[in-house]
Design a protein around this ligand. Structure first.
Ligand code: TMP
Length: 202
């Protein structure tokens, strides 16, 4: 499963709660995130910082993603882990799309990417998210500027309309948000378990 949302939407907090909840049910879980800590992204930031544009960023994040999926996500799925991924290719569509790269092109360069069983979008007004982050950290990078976050949210909402993301209202109390996310995730697990059972795989 994938969690998406603008900076400060609560993705990481919800991911941790989901991991805890699923582990308590005896399920094997793996928390992972994108961009990863790979050299690919470090080189982009340190060596090519001046050349950055949405196309270079989208391709760099796509390569980082391909390596991530092959080295970590697929092996975990094969071993029966439920993978909770904090950001995936929808982030490229939302962020690099908001910065000017065509959405269809971003989807195309990520076409190889494994489709998650569910991709949940934590929707929150950027001004609310900005306030939340402000209380946690005082560092704001280019990615975190409010105006950009509004454009990012617009693209996320388009992905919801396209049926690629399932929206959850993340402006509420974290327990309410978690309760909705948990219901969606358990629904997917239940559906998958019963379809495996009916095929005689379980
Ligand atoms: P993080 O704050 O969740 O670690 O993400 C770092 C930033 O990277 C965040 O502002 C979103 C951005 N990003 C993209 O622009 N494109 C991508 O494909 C990914 C995965 C992240």
């Amino acid at each position: 499963m994938v969690l998406e949302g603008i900076d400060g939407s609560g993705k990481t907090t919800i991911a941790n709660m989901i991991i805890k909840g699923l582990s308590e049910r005896g399920l094997k879980t793996l928390y992972t995130y994108e961009p990863t800590d790979s050299e690919v992204v470090t080189v982009l930031k340190t060596k090519y910082g001046d050349l950055r544009d949405p196309y270079i960023d989208a391709l760099t994040f796509a390569l980082d993603r391909l390596l991530h999926v092959k080295s970590k996500v697929l092996p975990a799925l094969k071993q029966g882990y439920i993978v909770v991924c904090d950001r995936y290719y929808y982030s490229s569509v939302a962020y690099q799309g908001a910065m000017g790269a065509p959405i269809e092109w971003i989807l195309e360069v990520n076409k190889w990417a494994l489709k998650p069983h569910i991709a949940i979008y934590l929707d929150v007004d950027p001004a609310v998210a900005f306030k939340r982050k402000e209380s946690m950290v005082s560092r704001f990078s280019e990615f975190e500027k409010l105006e950009l976050q509004y454009r990012v949210r617009e693209v996320y909402l388009r992905l919801v309309e396209m049926g690629l993301l399932v929206p959850v209202d993340a402006s509420r109390d974290i327990r309410e948000v978690y309760s909705d996310v948990e219901r969606l995730v358990l629904g997917v697990i239940e559906k998958k378990t019963s379809s495996l059972a009916s095929r005689g795989d379980l």
